[in-house]
Design a protein around this ligand. Structure first.
Ligand code: NZQ
Ligand code: ZN
Length: 384
């Protein structure tokens, strides 16, 4: 196991009815920006609960943060925060609203062009405090320090990280997820699965806790994901999926182990190019990357087949193939397609994607830093 430092300062408030407790965790004199997306929280009653919980507080809403939140929209919120002297952000929605709020919180204090936070990894010195009410289990944004922001003008999608934007609290009420459309439920399960995968599917370093926690998250998503599609208002199913997604990317799985993240890096370029949902891009890339990297990832693929997919045979080559095939089948079972042709996408833009990927991420992705332009090109072609 590698050395690590670990701190998880976000307060998680999990369960039905927890929205009403937020007032205990926001300073009474706060001037609050409540951020929301395109209206789902108005339709499913979450916003009404927030209004009730904020009774007596000073707050203003900024709505319209879109999926794959854009710099262009978020800068309008930055102007509002400055104009109204707001000093706390309450983000209510999915990963996009939460990520967008992290950018707003940082950009408000940033000297210079805030896009540099993403494009140049400019250091953030201050950020507004953030509280979150997560309504889409997927990204883990409610308990992590990452955000992914898109820019329409340049068709870019980039990420940043700072401990200053890790939310102070995360409300996780599974009943808020009953209203999720199938596509978003499925996206969330696949995204959480792939977060676990990026921190697990590398090479063994004898990190038993991290491996077994990760295997528990995989198994839970495999068991509960399909159930949520059949019975979207089953509390226990939604609760288990919700906690899986948080656990998948709040750093618990990733301490002391090698990590990959190549599928995410490639996926962000696919979203920027084709407008595909984040999880759709992951389901395209992961099976192709597993196949391409099956020698480098061999030991973990075998462990994954045995412990997660219950492979009982003795043939190691077969175990590797089982790991790959079962993963693809699971994404397909969730209704998330695994080949470019399913979206009528051909190879005509691949060289543009590869150029942007190398510009943004360098020529050495993956846990062994061996995924160069040629390797990623092969992975893209394998996903056609
Ligand atoms: O905009 P509204 O009307 O709220 O509707 C949203 C949106 O249309 C809807 N939705 C959310 N909660 C709902 C709901 N609809 C009904 N009922 C509910 N309870 O779902 C749609 C998608 O929402 P979005 O927030 O975009 O999805 P998700 O949570 O998957 O977030 C995706 C973004 O997060 C980034 C992705 O790249 C993408 O930009 N990621 C963030 C990460 C992080 N911060 O750590 C890591 C991830 O790897 C990922 O990259
Ligand atoms: Zn993701």
């Amino acid at each position: 196991m590698f050395n690590f430092t670990f701190q998880l300062p976000t307060l998680a408030m999990f369960g039905k009815g927890q929205i009403q407790t937020i007032s205990n965790h926001i300073p009474p004199d706060a001037r609050i920006l409540v951020t929301t997306g395109g209206g789902s929280v108005k339709k499913n009653g979450v916003f009404a609960q927030v209004e009730q919980a904020l009774d007596g507080f000073y707050w203003i809403e900024f709505s319209g943060i879109e999926p794959n939140p854009t710099y262009e929209t978020l800068m309008k919120a930055v102007a509002l925060v400055k104009q109204e002297h707001l000093d706390f952000i309450l983000a209510v929605g999915g990963g996009s609203v939460l990520d967008g709020s992290k950018f707003i919180a940082s950009a408000v204090y940033f000297n210079g062009e805030p896009w540099d936070i993403l494009a140049k990894h400019a250091r953030i010195e201050h950020a507004l405090p953030i509280g979150t009410i997560m309504t889409l289990p997927a990204t883990g944004s409610e308990m992590n320090s990452y955000a992914v922001i898109s820019r329409k003008q340049t068709a870019e999608k980039l990420s940043f990280a700072s401990p200053l934007v890790r939310p102070q609290f995360a409300v996780l009420d599974p009943t808020t997820t009953y209203s999720l459309p199938e596509r978003q439920t499925a996206n969330g399960v696949v995204d959480a699965f792939v977060h676990t995968f990026e921190q697990y599917m590398t090479y063994p370093v004898n990190a038993k806790i991290q491996d077994r926690f990760a295997e528990g998250v995989f198994q839970t998503l495999i068991e509960e994901g399909p159930k949520a599609l059949v019975n979207p208002t089953d509390y226990e199913t939604r609760a288990n999926i919700m906690w899986s997604a948080t656990m998948a990317l709040n750093n618990i799985l990733g301490v002391g182990v090698p990590q990959d993240w190549a599928s995410h890096a490639i996926g962000h370029e696919l979203t920027a190019q084709y407008g595909l949902d984040h999880a759709q891009t992951l389901a395209l890339i992961v099976p192709a990357l597993m196949t391409h990297q099956k020698t480098n990832k061999r030991e973990k693929l075998i462990q994954f087949a045995q412990r997660v997919w219950d492979y009982q045979g003795q043939d190691q080559d077969e175990a590797v193939q089982v790991a790959i095939d079962k993963t693809r089948d699971f994404f397909e079972q969730m209704g998330v397609k695994t080949r470019f042709r399913d979206y009528a996408i051909d190879d005509s833009q691949f060289s543009v994607i590869l150029d942007k990927l190398i510009k943004h991420q360098g020529n050495n992705l993956g846990e062994h830093k061996n995924l160069d332009r040629q390797a990623i090109k092969e992975i893209l072609y394998a996903a056609l």
